[in-house]
Structures are given as C-alpha cells and as structure tokens.
Ligand binder design. Structure first.
Ligand code: AMP
Ligand code: MG
Length: 298
C-alpha cells in the first residue's frame, strides 16, 4: 500500500517554491484520496489505509535497521495543538522501539544557549539503521525566535540584517551534510487552521484530563498567528530542498493527517531502495546449525 504519486507531489514543497500556506487546504488533499470504494465510508477507508501504512512502516523500518547503511531523521513542526504528539504516537506505534528515538525540543537550557543553535539537535541525531524523530527542532530558532527576536538576547546574539538568511544557510548546509553521510531528512509541517486550533484549545479546557496540555502561553502565541504563518512560510521556502524536503500536511482532520504522515515516511524509506534483510549466515551454515540443534534431542 503506497501513497499515490499525485498526493506526494501535492504535499511536498519543491526546492525554490513558496509553500503558499494560505492557499493550501488544512483539511484535505486536492488529489482524490483516500478513494472511498463502493459501500465503504471514507472513515473506514482511511482507517484501513493508516493500518496498511503502519504495516508497511514496520517492514520498511526492519529493512533500514537490518541494512545499517542509512538513518532517517523525521522533523515535526507545527502551531500548538496541531497534533504533533498524537501523530508521532500513532504513526510510530508499530515500529520497533530499539530502532527509534523521539526527542522534544523545548525552550533551550542555559547550557544549550551557550552553544550554537544546531548544537543541541546534533546530540539526538540517529545512528545508521535508526529513525530519530524531532518534536520541534532547530527550526524553532527561525520560527519562535523570529516572532520573538528578544529571545536572541538569551544567547547573547545581536539581531543583525541577514540573520535569518544566515540561519537558513546553516540549516541547509547541516542537512546537506547529513544527507551526504547517509541520513535521510524528512520534514513535516502539520498545517492546522486557526479555527481548528480554537476548537482543540476549548476541548482541552473542557476536559479535566487534558488540562495538563494547556498552557496560558498557548493563547499568547495564538495572538501572533499571522506572524508565525509568515515565519513558517519563509522558513519552508528557504529550506525545502531535494535532499531535505518539507511536506505540508493538512492537519484539521486527525485520521487524514496521520495516514498521510505514515505514507510519506514509508515512501522516504522505500526510495532508499534497500534490499530485504539478508541472512547473516550461509545456507550451509543454517542447515548445519539446525542439524546441531535437532541432534541435541528434546
Ligand atoms: P511544547 O512543544 O508545547 O511542549 O512547547 C515547547 C515550547 O518551547 C514551545 O513554545 C516552543 O516554541 C518553545 N521552544 C522550542 N525551541 C525553542 C527555542 N530554540 N527558543 C525558544 N523557544 C523554544
Ligand atoms: Mg504546547
């Protein structure tokens, strides 16, 4: 089960293109997907697709793990309540935890601020054979920090002309280095609408079991919605490259978002063209080992 080429093409931001976020749907793809069959509701088809992608992902991860030649870095960025945590949890629920890590990047610590902005993320990069997920990333340094440039003072940096362009360059160079050394970088922007964010915040406030997810800072950031959209647009346009593409995923409908993310990850691993895991021993050695064990009796 693969995501149709037309869907992948629609989601990816081609190098040099503007993502034009305001023009993109936050709820569905233009390409007809998923295709509801006769008598099958879209929701049912979607659940089946997600389950099929998760099976594929399990298979693809095993290939990645067994081959040990490449690593995968998945970056998730989004406005608050767009569904980063839930998507990571659902999509990765089937993969072998031994080959996967998730790191969430919050406001940098004092130690982190004493280093360059890429430093803390390099500590969490995946080794060959592994998948690393970044829940937020060094992109925060051209997003939240761009919306709130006063944060630059924390790291003792003066805002100067060209600062954001320099950071995009540093990011592109960093991601090119990763690609050249066998790490595939795939970046997701979960594109949620302002209305849907409002609904999800209200839902968090209405449900005591979700109160822990709500922070009053979330409302303060919501007030900067347009500035964030602009910052995202600029960052995505400047850093979506052939070797480290951005995918803009409609995020208002959670099952759609999750299935699309899973489909893009499967595609990224498949494009590596890895062979199925090969046995570590020759057929003769396997036969001999089998005989030896059988000879021990029961
Ligand atoms: P959450 O993902 O909801 O736990 O929130 C983490 C918070 O940390 C968000 O408000 C981010 O914008 C913030 N954050 C992450 N990285 C940075 C950074 N480099 N500088 C400032 N704030 C950051
Ligand atoms: Mg939050």
């Amino acid at each position: 089960m693969k995501l149709p080429k037309a869907v992948l093409k629609e989601l990816v931001v081609a190098e040099g293109d503007d993502p034009r976020l305001a023009k993109r749907s936050t709820s569905r793809t233009e390409a007809e997907w998923p295709k509801a069959g006769k008598g099958r509701a879209a929701k049912e088809v979607l659940d089946e697709d997600l389950a099929a992608f998760k099976d594929e992902l399990e298979r693809a991860q095993l290939q990645l793990y067994a081959s040990g030649t490449h690593a995968l870095l998945l970056i998730f960025q989004a406005m608050d309540a767009a569904g980063k945590d839930g998507t990571i949890q659902h999509v990765m629920s089937g993969v072998n935890p031994q080959g996967c890590s998730v790191t969430s990047f919050k406001r940098p610590s004092d130690t982190e601020l004493r280093h360059d902005f890429l430093w803390r993320c390099t500590q969490a990069l995946p080794e060959r054979g592994h998948i690393a997920i970044f829940n937020r990333s060094y992109y925060e340094d051209v997003l939240v920090v761009r919306v709130h440039p006063e944060l630059l003072a924390d790291s003792g940096i003066d805002k100067h002309d060209g600062l954001w362009r320099e950071r995009y360059e540093d990011i592109n160079a960093f991601e090119r280095r990763l690609h050249r050394n066998g790490t595939r970088v795939v970046k997701f922007f979960l594109h949620v609408s302002k209305d849907e964010q409002r609904r999800r915040f209200l839902d968090r406030l209405d449900d005591p079991t979700k109160h822990w997810k709500f922070s009053s800072a979330d409302l303060a950031e919501r007030a900067h919605w347009d500035e964030y959209q602009t910052a995202y647009e600029k960052a995505i346009a400047a850093t979506s490259t052939k070797h480290a593409p951005w995918y803009v995923i409609p995020a208002d409908h959670k099952p759609t978002m999750r299935a699309l993310v899973a489909g893009v990850i499967v595609d990224a691993i498949d494009r590596l063209g890895l062979d199925a895991p090969r046995p570590a021993a020759s057929p003769e050695e396997l036969a001999q080992a089998r005989e030896q064990l059988l000879a021990e009796g029961s």
